[in-house]
Design a binder for this molecule. Structure first.
Ligand code: COA
Length: 336
């Protein structure tokens, strides 16, 4: 008997309306549009002015359910990848479960920063492959503006807010769906990208607030070096171990942290830029949301076709990194 495979059967995303441009940031910190564009590829990002990460999740999921024409009560499991949960507890997945009315679902949050969506996608697919569940929502959402120091030009220009979701179901044909994955972690990378305040190590005090410990800290150069190597290596590894070359890949769906990291990954795979999903210019780095946000936008634009082989790739805090190979099964709505 052939293996039961998980496949993506619906996508949905949400970005807040408020746009924060590079020119806006010029008025807030010592930076400029040219520096940001050439060093990162970012032109603008979205900001959620009111509400929390669960709002981003709920709006993305509502869109997804509408497209798939199913009720929330049919969902078995909700996994929310995020580093900006509404609260430490209850889990954002529980808040979302109640708000969408997923009455029979259970759920949990998963913390793997920019690789959160890939970790969650692989976790969710195991529940489908084992036969335990048939409808698993995998959500990547972050309200990065809630942990950014808008006086720190090293970090505040990089990130934005957004949320996106995919639905995993058993594939009707064994050749479609999530074919392979490689996930990695290296805790020694924790020294270069972190938020030290608020956890059990440094509970919130006046001192932690004064020392700005409730904001992201990043040593950009070190993370950049790690990301260039990690994301490119794992992307090449996943195609090679499946006896594929860049020629066989229809789309690379990279985590959107920096255009130069994306370009390096595409080069390493021998992929033309036209085969790379890029929306960092409009949204910046939305952490766990970047990859599903690309999938949902490209699907909506009619650019995803059944039978296309696509590689998802990420690198982020932890360090965490990985790649997922998919034989895409969800036909886009319009012809292209
Ligand atoms: N505007 C203007 N100048 C800035 C700036 C800003 N927003 N931020 C930093 N600079 C300055 C630095 O202070 C430095 O000045 P100095 O040489 O006088 O010290 C100079 O620009 C160069 O900084 P550097 O860190 O060498 O730039 P970079 O080319 O490495 O780009 C990042 C910085 C953050 C864009 C880049 O390192 C990066 O993208 N890192 C990885 C980000 C990432 O992937 N993070 C999320 C994990 S997924």
């Amino acid at each position: 008997m052939s293996k039961r495979r998980a496949t993506i059967t619906a996508v949905g995303h949400y970005v807040p309306e408020k746009v924060l441009t590079n020119l806006d940031l010029e008025k807030m910190v010592d930076t400029n549009d040219e520096w940001i564009r050439t060093r990162t590829g970012i032109r603008e990002r979205r900001i959620l002015e009111q509400g929390a990460t669960s709002d981003l999740c709920v709006k993305a999921i509502e869109r997804l359910l509408e497209r798939r024409k199913i009720e929330a009560s049919e969902i078995d499991l909700i996994i929310v990848a995020t580093v900006t949960p509404d609260m430490f507890f209850p889990a954002t997945a529980c808040i979302v479960q109640e708000r969408i009315g997923a009455t029979k679902a259970w759920g949990y949050d998963l913390s793997a920063a920019c690789s959160g969506f890939l970790y969650a996608l692989v976790a969710g697919s195991q529940f489908i492959e084992s036969g335990a569940y048939s409808k698993v929502l995998v959500v990547g959402a972050d309200k990065m503006s809630s942990i950014l120091d808008y006086t720190d030009r090293n970090t505040c220009i990089l990130f934005g807010d957004g949320g996106a979701a995919v639905l995993l179901e058993p594939s009707e044909a064994p050749e479609f769906g999530i074919i392979d994955h490689r996930l990695y972690a290296d805790g020694s990378g924790g020294a270069y990208l972190y938020m030290k305040g608020g956890g059990s190590l440094n509970p919130a005090t006046h001192e932690t607030v004064d020392k700005r410990m409730h904001y992201i800290y990043q040593d950009g150069k070190s993370v950049f070096k790690g990301a260039i190597k990690g994301m490119a290596d794992v992307s090449l590894e996943i195609i090679e171990r499946n006896n594929l070359t860049g020629q066989d890949i229809a789309w690379l769906v990279p985590h959107q942290a920096n255009l130069r990291i994306i370009d390096a990954t595409a080069d390493r795979m021998g992929l033309d830029r036209s085969k790379v999903m890029i929306n960092i210019d409009r949204y910046g780095n939305t952490t766990a949301a970047t990859i599903p946000l690309c999938l949902s936008e490209w699907w909506e634009a009619g650019k995803l076709r059944r039978g296309q082989k696509i590689v998802l790739a990420s690198f982020g805090a932890g360090y965490t990194w990985g790649a997922v190979l998919i034989n895409w099964s969800l036909e886009s709505p319009k012809g292209s």
